[in-house]
Write a protein that binds this ligand. Sequence first.
Ligand code: APR
Length: 230
Amino acid sequence: MNVYSFKDIAVLTGAGISTESSIASFRGQNGLWKNYRPEELATPQAFAKNPELVWEWYALRINTVLKAKPNKAHYLLADLEKTRKLTIASQNVDQLHQRAGSKNVLELHGNISHSRCLQCANLDKLKIDFKHPPKCSKCNENTRPNVVWFGESLPQNTFQKAIQAFQNCDLAMVIGTSGVVEPAASLANLAKSKGAFVLEINPELTPISQIANLSIRDIASTGLDNLINN
Ligand code: APR
């Protein structure tokens, strides 16, 4: 399979692409949801009940993410974007795609690097070891992490762009996601239904494997490297 025979590529990424940057994924053996309960940390109800606890957990993750570096898989995708139309729709909130140089990135689940004001929606960039819970720099009101929690809608404009990208692509690559969180997971089905070639890179079997034209059972860095450079 020659990736260069495709003109328009849409890529769906998940936590697995960042595990080689030492950022934990959510499911599986060392996944965050093994040790933490999402309903206590990643829902609007959890935040309303205990904003300090939620901010404390995010502060830990933000420190990890800000210290992390993009890995080979992030850089390979950024390089591929220089040669053809390529859109990344990422479920990741770590911004490692952008830090590797990718330009066309849709943040389906927001990003962890900013707080969002509950009053005026202003976004403030967070720094390592920021004081939490942070206040809005504009109006001094309370803020929340700028991410999409369970039970919340995706940013509609961003998701519409992702739908367009997956509807129009001739190759859909699905990298490092368990494919169980909707609506992101359905982007692969959408591409398939429109006739695109669906390629998965994941060391494990996922629901996406059932519809994929090709599943590469490998980690993102070597899977992508073999695909692009061989
Ligand atoms: N390369 C490729 N894939 C990998 C690697 C790797 N190095 N390491 C692990 N994986 C795969 C796992 O096999 C698994 O299928 O990455 C996937 C990670 O799955 P999840 O932890 O469920 O992450 P993700 O699919 O991104 O989760 C979706 O759930 O709670 C949330 O909001 C959170 O955006 C997240 C969403």
